[in-house]
Design a protein around this ligand. Sequence first.
Ligand code: ADP
Ligand code: MG
Length: 208
Amino acid sequence: MSGSVVKISELIFSWKPQEAPLLNISFFEVERGEKVFLCGPSGSGKSTLLNLIGGVLSPVSGHVSILDENLAGLSSMKKDRLRGDRLGFIFQMFNLIPYLSVVDNVVLPCNFSELKKRKILEAGLTLEQEAERLLAHLRIDVDTVKNRPVTELSVGQQQRVATARALMGMPALIIADEPTSALDADTRNAFIDLLFHECQKSGSTVLF
Ligand code: ADP
Ligand code: MG
């Protein structure tokens, strides 16, 4: 097994077959523990690339491997499993579930991954305890927000709830699509520091 968490070779992607490729990547690799910042103008294909890496989209040609698994060789069920077990996502619009409490939003990934659930339980914590621990580390005042609907939280708080959710069960790779676009510059830097710190502790690689 190599040390790479993401490996892309000879990738071509276009939304429509007759169009010039949006993405043409001869080689791209992210190694374990790296923090990789993808930058490019709006519309350049950053979100598309993250969706190719997440296995939500498939390339026209070329290879995408996650933790040495070639996504093209996996059934959609196995891809779902790999995504659920090994990845954590922080979405641009957070995608919190409005009818779930803060803690239930954070616990959610464990409903889709036995592995994430098992890692937490084997560490001697309940899923709720782990959710609260992560929220507290992300400087959320857990007691005041834990039973509040997520729709009543500030943008900065929603961001942290979405981050705690991505960190649940220590996924190998955290994919964050413009996670700070809703924050002002000061809050943004503090948030990135916090994200890196938590990823370091859980041994997660970050691609953002
Ligand atoms: P970025 O995240 O860098 O702003 P995107 O990956 O969202 O860029 O988009 C790259 C290009 O792909 C844009 O021109 C966008 O219009 C196009 N695109 C994005 N999603 C779709 C889609 N579902 N169908 C067709 N074209 C799309
Ligand atoms: Mg985007």
